[in-house]
Design a binder for this molecule. Structure first.
Ligand code: AMP
Ligand code: ZN
Length: 138
């Protein structure tokens, strides 16, 4: 199912451009446009659903397995010391895009934690360079 008004459905279909990190049959991963940290990536199911609790067991399993795969690659290639997985459901929980998604937020030892968008990249060139590092080419 696709929602014609949903930004993430449009990203999955290619109607809105994105910096793709990984894609498989069921899921799509791309760099967050307003990152909390360098390498901040989102993973979404290709079919539209609003909340985590709207997903079938099969879709949720595919989504978390793909999130694990992308996170493992980011951990190795950024590299980073750890990462947060963040997942918001509902406006009251700060969900701004009503298409279920996992955030992967790289973290480093001895660096503070930012829980909001920051100017994470020093330049456009740095963002492009980090994109090349974390993109999974299979
Ligand atoms: P949430 O607050 O959990 O709904 O997170 C939505 C995320 O989507 C935010 O971190 C936004 O920066 C991100 N976002 C919104 N529009 C785009 C876009 N066109 N491309 C990439 N990321 C986006
Ligand atoms: Zn959608």
């Amino acid at each position: 199912m696709t929602d014609p008004n949903c930004i993430f459905c449009k990203i999955v279909s290619g109607a809105i451009p994105s910096r793709k990190v990984y894609e498989d049959e069921n899921c799509y991963a791309f760099m967050d446009i307003a990152p909390f940290e360098k390498g901040h990536t989102l993973v979404v199911p290709k079919h539209h659903a609003r909340f985590l609790t709207d997903l079938t067991e099969a879709t949720l399993t595919q989504l978390i397995m793909t999130t694990q795969k992308v996170a493992a690659y980011i951990l190795k290639t950024m590299p980073c010391d750890g990462f947060n997985i963040l997942q918001n459901n509902g406006e009251c929980a700060l969900q701004t895009i009503p298409h279920v998604h996992f955030h992967i937020i790289p973290r480093w030892n001895n660096k503070g934690l930012q829980w909001h968008s920051t100017k994470a990249y020093d330049s456009e060139e740095e963002m492009v360079e980090i994109h090349k590092r974390i993109i999974i080419n299979e």
